[in-house]
Design a protein around this ligand. Structure first.
Ligand code: DX5
Ligand code: ZN
Length: 222
């Protein structure tokens, strides 16, 4: 895996009344992953979608499903998401005590394991568990809502994560999530991310194929 660039549309900004069609459209437009935001109204001040929706989507797309669990006590729901068809599961460092332990549980369920950190959480917290992870997710907004502005300090965090995992010779993916758009994706790539979540930056655009192709071109040149 390593540094392959992957574009991950966040369906939080899709039209939920036509979700299957929206996913087919981004799949045809060249998306690499489907980013699936789960919110519990407790870990974040919003509610979104959960296991039954993921299970239905599993039947209509071949793309890997990237489940981002913005929930308290994520360990209670890992099995349900894995069995519903999540390929990659991100839990939040702020919601877990034992990161290697929860990563091991995710892998034992057959999914790839990832830990997300909020803007106020230090990179050291997740780097301490990096050997147990397939991906690190750096949040560049406060989780809970699509369409927020990118927090500039996140670039420094990406650089710190990238240089440390390279220093240790690890091959994990680095995902960035929040406020990623065509005008900042090159900077985000240059700072070290290789998996780019974009919700409003893709679904807010009329032509998914064009915007995904342009994003890919900019990260390739970064
Ligand atoms: C925010 C979610 C994001 C969100 C990104 O809490 O985790 O995945 O959908 O949306 P944009 O790209 O619009 O910031
Ligand atoms: Zn997300």
């Amino acid at each position: 895996m390593g540094f392959e660039h992957k574009i991950a549309p966040s369906i939080l900004s899709a039209d939920f009344a036509r979700l299957g069609e929206e996913i087919r459209r981004v799949e045809e437009a060249g998306a690499d992953l489907i980013h699936f935001d789960v919110m519990d109204g407790h870990f974040v001040p919003n509610l979104s979608i959960g296991v039954p929706v993921l299970k239905s989507l599993r039947k209509i797309t071949r793309l890997p499903l990237d489940a981002h669990l913005m929930i308290s006590e994520p360990a209670r729901y890992l099995r349900a998401f894995a069995e519903a068809g999540a390929n990659l599961i991100s839990v939040h460092a702020e919601a877990c005590d034992d990161l290697p332990g929860i990563a091991g549980q995710i892998r034992a369920l057959g999914a790839r394991a990832s830990v997300a950190i909020n803007p106020e959480t230090r990179v050291e917290r997740v780097l301490a568990a990096a050997e147990h992870l397939d991906m690190i997710l750096v949040m560049s907004v406060h989780p809970g809502f699509g369409g927020q502005g990118f927090i500039g300090e996140s670039l420094e965090k990406l650089r710190a994560v990238r240089s440390e995992i390279e220093r240790r010779g690890l091959k994990l993916d680095i995902e960035i999530d929040g406020g990623v758009k065509i005008d900042n994706i090159a900077a985000v790539a240059a700072a070290g991310a290789n998996v780019f979540v974009s919700g409003s930056g893709i679904f807010g655009h009329g032509d998914y194929r064009k915007i995904i192709a342009e994003m890919r071109e900019r990260v390739a040149r970064a």
